[in-house]
Design a protein around this ligand. Sequence first.
Ligand SMILES: N#Cc1cc2c(cc1C(F)(C(F)(F)F)C(F)(F)F)CC[C@H]1N(C(=O)[C@H]3CC[C@H](C(=O)O)CC3)CC[C@@]21S(=O)(=O)c1ccc(F)cc1
Length: 268
Amino acid sequence: NPEFHGNPNFASCLLPDHLISMAELDLLTQNVVCAHSETCQFLQENLQVIRWETFSQSEVHGFQQKPMDHMWERCVCHITNAIQQIVEFAKRLNGFMELNPNDQIVLLKAGAMELLLLRMSRAFNCYNNTIFFEGKYAPLDLFQSLGCNDLISAMFDLCHSLCAVNLSEYEMAFYSAMILLDPTQPWLQEKEKVQSLHVKLDVAFRNLLRRTHRESILGKLPQRGRLLSICQVHMEKLKVFRQMYPGMAWERFPPLYRELFVSEQEDP
Ligand SMILES: N#Cc1cc2c(cc1C(F)(C(F)(F)F)C(F)(F)F)CC[C@H]1N(C(=O)[C@H]3CC[C@H](C(=O)O)CC3)CC[C@@]21S(=O)(=O)c1ccc(F)cc1
């Protein structure tokens, strides 16, 4: 942990290789929070206002009647839009565009799904276990024609534990940035550059948590492994789906989705 000088007024802190000023921490905080709020598809207050607008039983039944490939295509379209927004979030983070292109892709491939789950939890109503989907809030069984209820219930469970922490937009923004700029990702070519960004985020985030007396959330955030295991199930489901509908992945999946989730060598 960086040790702070005694005097909080200067609030500068000594890091292994450089000094960060309070002004720089404030600028970094503004950058992270704006990158998040400008790239989420829905404002938190709007999601809150409509969170009791749930689909009726007959509307749910209508979704359950849709053929599997039709439902998958709609969800893949939504996930592609959401991933595009997550890529935009990354591009706006100070320092991300200065990383080498290979490392940018490595970080996005590894972190996109996790950030998606974080953003999904913003659109989750943990009181009635519904998720915002195509204009209203949907129960889990609305998605049964996708044929991956275990994956979706794992996502709902994760949303529950994230809701329990009740992250503010500021905290969500920092948590997202720190998941994305993870220097421990394998295959990084310029690990130290990611490390330097991560350290600054860590100092700014801890500063924010101290100022808002919210240090306790650090112990309540879901383990990274839990996020990752859901992402792995997602990849397996995607593979099963592509075996059921061979060839579809390429024609009907948008290119960005393929780039991030369908690796070349494994596709027949
Ligand atoms: N294709 C899909 C797919 C698509 C999505 C998710 C999961 C999958 C798969 F998990 C599947 F299909 F198996 F469930 C998959 F594919 F990943 F495996 C979770 C994130 C969801 N999502 C969101 O929650 C957004 C995130 C951004 C947020 C914002 O920016 O404000 C608004 C809400 C976008 C894609 C979307 S979805 O809306 O299609 C959706 C799908 C199933 C479900 F039970 C609930 C939602």
